[in-house]
Write a protein that binds this ligand. Structure first.
Ligand SMILES: Cc1cc2nc3c(=O)[nH]c(=O)nc-3n(C[C@H](O)[C@H](O)[C@H](O)COP(=O)(O)O)c2cc1C
Length: 163
């Protein structure tokens, strides 16, 4: 199975989670930060895993544009989806806002990968907002390794370990 992971990350937590996922994948694989390469080639891949993080309810526009520009081709692939976002209770709603309905219906799995809040990477407005929402002054890290492993298992469901 030839797998491509495409992700967007603003402050690094989605990148961290995407790389943890990538390490779990068997077989031929590639990983692309969509902010560094906005149009990765899809032709060589049977499986594509797409993810990003949520800011003010929206996934990164680079992921939206990539999906919209390649929707027909993506609908011929095995698809997995993931999000990093602070509000787990809004995960499904935010997932629906992030990806077209056809792709959501076509995907074989999706997972919530958790979140991080790193004050050193936030501007003053972001820090104030996050302090209000989380009621916490400290950095928080809650990357969900089990959910990352679950997505890797789901997407490789018909592949024997080591293949
Ligand atoms: C300014 C700001 C706005 C955010 N807005 C949302 C939001 O609307 N919904 C949500 O669930 N999480 C929200 N988050 C949480 C981020 O999605 C979370 O921190 C995520 O891990 C960031 O991923 P990244 O480090 O890859 O950019 C917000 C975080 C910040 C700093």
């Amino acid at each position: 199975m030839n797998t491509l992971v495409v992700y967007a990350s603003k402050k690094g937590s989605t990148e961290k989670a995407a790389k943890m996922l990538f390490e779990k994948l068997e077989g031929e694989k590639s990983i692309v930060n969509i902010k560094e390469n906005s149009s990765p080639t899809l032709e060589n891949y049977e499986t594509v895993i797409l993810g990003g993080s949520i800011y003010a309810g929206s996934i990164q526009k680079e992921i939206k544009n990539f999906v919209n520009d390649n929707l027909n081709l993506l609908l011929t692939k095995k698809i997995g989806l993931f999000l990093c976002c602070g509000m787990e209770e809004n995960y499904k709603k935010q997932l629906k806002q992030s990806f077209p309905e056809e792709l959501l219906d076509h995907s074989i799995t999706d997972q919530y990968f958790g979140f991080e809040y790193n004050k050193e990477k936030m501007n003053l407005i972001e820090k104030t907002l996050i302090k209000l929402v989380t009621k916490s002054q400290t950095n928080l890290s809650n990357i969900l390794k089990d959910n990352i492993d679950k997505l890797a298992m789901d997407i490789q469901g018909d592949i024997k370990v080591g293949q």
